[in-house]
Design a protein around this ligand. Structure first.
Ligand code: PLP
Length: 395
């Protein structure tokens, strides 16, 4: 962006313009249109206590700081703090805001790694958690205890796309003065703005749509309130989980096409979801853009025109058929992760949610026949043709 394009104008520009230009200007020394990668551990100081704003790359780094400006731009947030991974962000979140003896209320369908982190790591440090069906906000209110100091939602949820009403739950959180965090990894600020809906903090795995090219792992916490941003920054310095400059630079290249990509991911997903819904070997499809989606009304009011690139479907024939599909696709990649140009197919029961007890999996709809599908940016006809041949199965 030329410095002739006033910052004020950029603040009012559309998402596509903002994502390309927000937080960056041509390098004042060379004119390089892309910001440099500051691949450095430390910074020469002019005199004791006199520096140019950075002292050591565990605390801060100019490339990471540029990424943070761009991330804040996506969510219209006051600021962002970038971490080495999404789970590093979750770790910093809990360590910043909680102490031993306190309790989290969490939506029951969440990324399996979040469950494992709290159940097997933070439990050892005296933090407890209740998983509740947050599709009904009353369940959140009922689960709040005297020692609850965090409410954590993931919406749409991984892997069944269950939604939580952020505005309604934020009122419950505000009344009790408990910070509300929303993992917005699936939609990003392009398609859902939790802070505008009343949440206090947004969490990202930037590994997914924000990077969008399967090139990096990363995470971020975003907020409007400076007290949170300062707390996350301080914790990151202490536990040493900042994002690497090279990853930050690659991630900011991804952000430039985020608006374009996530809308096309959504269009492709809609087409794939409609194909799957009509297929005789598929018993259920979860996609918020389908008329059959249980929370379609909430999807229409909470999402900004599109519903993202993630869907899940259940095959007739359970585990055996699901494994057949996983092992027979040729264009789609069998892998963990999601949100990138390549279509990725995952079997939650044996992969991302394998650490969850079978009864708990069944309770939240993660059945043995459920397949999670991250619809990529290939031609949708090619994705559908691949699924069609893989679904050709008999018990
Ligand atoms: N949140 C969601 C919704 C995820 O899907 C993931 C990873 O799959 C994470 C958080 C954790 O992110 P990362 O893998 O970057 O640590």
């Amino acid at each position: 962006m030329s410095s002739r394009y006033a910052h004020k104008k950029l603040a009012e520009a559309g998402n596509a313009t903002r994502n390309i230009h927000f937080g960056v200007e041509p390098d004042p020394v060379t004119g390089s249109i892309l910001p440099p990668i500051y691949q450095t551990a430390t910074y020469a100081q002019e005199a004791v206590g006199v520096n140019k704003g950075h002292t050591y790359s565990r605390s801060s780094n100019p490339t990471v700081a540029t990424l943070e400006k761009k991330l804040a731009g996506i969510e219209y947030a006051a600021g962002a703090i970038a971490f080495a991974t999404g789970l590093a962000a979750t770790t910093a979140l809990i360590m910043s805001l909680m102490k031993a003896g306190e309790h989290i209320v969490c939506s029951d369908v969440v990324f399996g790694g979040t469950v494992r982190l709290v159940d097997t790591v933070f439990n050892k440090f005296g933090i407890s958690i209740s998983y509740v069906d947050a599709a009904d906000p009353a369940n959140i209110a009922a689960a709040i205890q005297e020692n609850t100091t965090l409410i954590f939602l993931e919406t749409p949820a991984n892997p069944t796309l269950k939604l939580n009403d952020i505005a309604a739950i934020s009122q419950i959180a505000r009344a009790k003065n408990i910070p509300l965090v929303v993992d917005n990894t699936f939609l990003t600020g392009i398609l859902q703005r939790p802070l505008e809906l009343g949440a206090d903090i947004v969490l990202y795995s930037t590994t997914k749509y924000i990077d969008g090219h399967n090139a990096t792992v990363g995470g971020a916490l975003l907020a409007n309130d400076k007290k949170y941003l300062e707390a996350f920054d301080y914790m990151r310095k202490n536990i040493g989980n900042i994002q690497a400059p090279m990853n930050a630079w690659l991630t900011m290249q991804g952000i430039k096409t985020l608006d374009l990509r996530i809308k096309q991911h959504s269009r492709n997903a809609q087409q794939v979801a409609e194909f799957l819904e009509a297929h005789p070997q598929v018993s259920k499809v979860y996609y918020p853009g389908l008329v059959s989606f249980a929370q379609q009304e909430l999807a229409a009011s909470q999402h900004r025109g599109y519903h993202g690139g993630m869907l899940a479907f259940e095959v007739v024939g359970g585990y055996a058929h699901a494994l057949h599909v996983m092992n027979t696709v040729v264009l789609c990649t069998l892998a963990e992760s999601l949100g990138a140009t390549e279509t990725i197919i995952t079997h939650p029961a044996s992969m991302t949610h394998v650490m969850m007890a079978a009864e708990q999996r069944a309770k939240i709809g993660v059945t043995d026949g459920l397949i999670r599908f991250s619809v990529g940016l290939e031609d949708p006809e090619d994705i559908i043709a691949d699924l069609e041949q893989a679904l050709n199965w008999s018990a």
